[in-house]
Design a protein. Structure first.
Ligand SMILES: Cc1cc2nc3c(=O)[nH]c(=O)nc-3n(C[C@H](O)[C@H](O)[C@H](O)COP(=O)(O)OP(=O)(O)OC[C@H]3O[C@@H](n4cnc5c(N)ncnc54)[C@H](O)[C@@H]3O)c2cc1C
Length: 256
């Protein structure tokens, strides 16, 4: 982990209220793993804001963020050359099991860390799909980055709550249907990021498939990001855990 000062190389609008920003820093590009996050100081705010690493290309590191409140609103106004103060990479990353079939499950902005994971998983692709991506959103204009997952060998299943495209309903319902009806050659392994309700539903599905493991990246309000302030603890079956240091990635069965 390092405290870095970098300059924004590019910031682009990906969809309504969603931006992607990148900067060059070889240390993070080489040392980070999918699920790691960066703690970013944004001007005029007191606490840093956590963002997952979205992808790495060469020495360039990307974050993808949605404007939610003051910090992300200010960050969306940063320009090429703006200075960024970053702490990272932080947290516990996803566990990559090579001999399983990866099933990525994203709810809304939960897509952010899964692209970096897809990049790493693609390196193990032998033939056929690298894995599946189940992507659930409220409406179709939130379906971002799909072409990047396709390039990495992922088959995509879409669920929208308003039925504007793909399956109408929750992404976890769609996943359960596919698990029941499909013959998957290798043992599936679930990697998820999204709202807590989605992860809870995944926990319920995993109870029906005891041999399938699943990990999810948790989003929680965060203070220091270093395990000191205890501002981000969640209750797990193994006691209270800090999302910033013992997470953000947890085994779903340890929580639900
Ligand atoms: C490990 C981790 C990784 C994350 N990665 C990403 C990412 O890649 N892209 C992204 O867009 N966001 C990500 N988030 C959430 C992001 O940190 C918050 O959206 C951001 O801090 C909001 O800051 P703000 O000042 O704009 O909003 P604030 O003014 O602080 O809050 C505005 C509203 O945003 C929501 N919010 C704020 N913080 C969180 C949070 N931590 N979790 C859920 N909802 C929150 C609440 O509804 C709140 O009322 C991540 C969070 C964590 C813990």
């Amino acid at each position: 982990m390092k405290l870095l000062r970098v300059n924004v190389k590019k910031i682009e609008k990906v969809a309504k209220d969603i931006y992607r920003l990148n900067f060059t820093f070889p240390y993070i590009a080489k040392r980070s793993l999918p699920g790691h996050f960066l703690h970013v100081r944004i001007i005029h705010t007191i606490l840093r804001r956590p963002f997952s690493i979205n992808k790495v290309e060469g020495n360039d590191v990307f974050i993808l963020f949605k404007v939610r409140g003051k910090g992300t609103h200010i960050l969306s106004g940063y320009k090429k050359g703006s200075s960024l103060d970053i702490l990272g990479p932080l947290g516990r990353p996803f566990t990559i099991e090579r001999n399983t079939f990866p099933i990525l499950v994203a709810g809304g902005m939960g897509i952010a860390p899964l692209l970096y994971l897809a990049q790493k998983l693609n390196r193990f692709r032998k033939k056929g799909y690298t894995g599946w991506l189940f992507f659930g959103v409220k409406k179709k204009n939130e379906l971002i980055l799909r072409s990047e997952f396709v390039k990495l060998g992922f088959r995509i299943f879409v669920a929208t709550q308003d039925g504007s495209v793909g399956f109408k309903g929750m992404v976890t319902e769609l996943l359960e249907r596919k698990l029941k009806s499909s013959q998957i050659q290798a043992l599936p392994r679930i990697y998820a990021c999204g709202p807590k309700d989605m992860i809870y539903n995944l926990g319920e599905i995993l109870k029906k498939y005891p041999s399938v493991e699943g990990e999810a990246s948790w989003e929680q309000f965060m203070g220091c990001g270093l395990g000191i302030c205890l501002g981000c603890v969640i209750a797990t079956k193994r006691g209270y855990k800090r999302v910033c240091t013992e997470g953000p990635v947890f085994n779903i069965k340890d929580v639900f």
